[in-house]
Write a protein that binds this ligand. Structure first.
Ligand SMILES: [Zn+2]
Length: 172
């Protein structure tokens, strides 16, 4: 009996495959998709998403680290989706950018947006943070909105909409 158990154990040990009774692992996509946080759209009326969030698999690859939201026209106001503190205002390469630190490690960046706000300024949710300039989506007016937690780029829309896959949970 003991020998049989040992044999069974030895046979099973080299296998790295999950046991049939293992709990399902949470996929990275689910783990990093937060519940919506009640943020507001940075453009009004509710903008169309001209280009979705498409993060690269590796940091050095190209991708789209934010969403492009269509605007009725260039020169319109861009508003804070959540309250925070201006952590950066300036030009990155050739694009005017404003970054708002929302706390909890979350930062929103908008471009191309010209702002008269200064670093350290407090902004309320819905407050105008700058003026949309032309250029990011060719001839279509749009604002590029990126959200980072630390250095990880997140889908900005997940803070407004519920993007979590619907999951059937067991009834306990
Ligand atoms: Zn973009």
């Amino acid at each position: 009996m003991a020998a049989l158990l040992l044999l069974t154990t030895a046979a099973a040990a080299p296998s790295a495959a999950p046991a049939p009774f293992a709990l399902p692992t949470v996929s990275p996509a689910r783990a990093t998709t937060p519940a919506p946080s009640g943020w507001s759209w940075p453009l009004a009326p509710r903008p169309a998403v001209l280009r979705p969030f498409d993060p690269p698999d590796k940091p050095w690859l190209s991708g789209h680290r934010g969403v492009d939201l269509g605007s009725a026209s260039d020169g319109g106001p861009v508003t804070a989706p959540e309250s925070g503190t201006v952590s950066f205002v300036g030009v990155v390469v050739d694009r005017p950018v404003i970054t708002i630190d929302h706390g909890n490690g979350l930062r929103s960046s908008f471009e191309p947006v010209r702002s008269t706000l200064k670093k350290g300024a407090s902004v309320a949710k819905g407050a105008v943070v700058g003026t949309l300039l032309a250029g990011h989506c060719g001839s279509s007016p749009c604002v590029h909105w990126g959200v980072r937690r630390g250095e990880e780029y997140l889908n900005p829309l997940s803070f407004i909409l519920d993007l979590r896959p619907s999951v059937l949970l067991p009834l306990n």
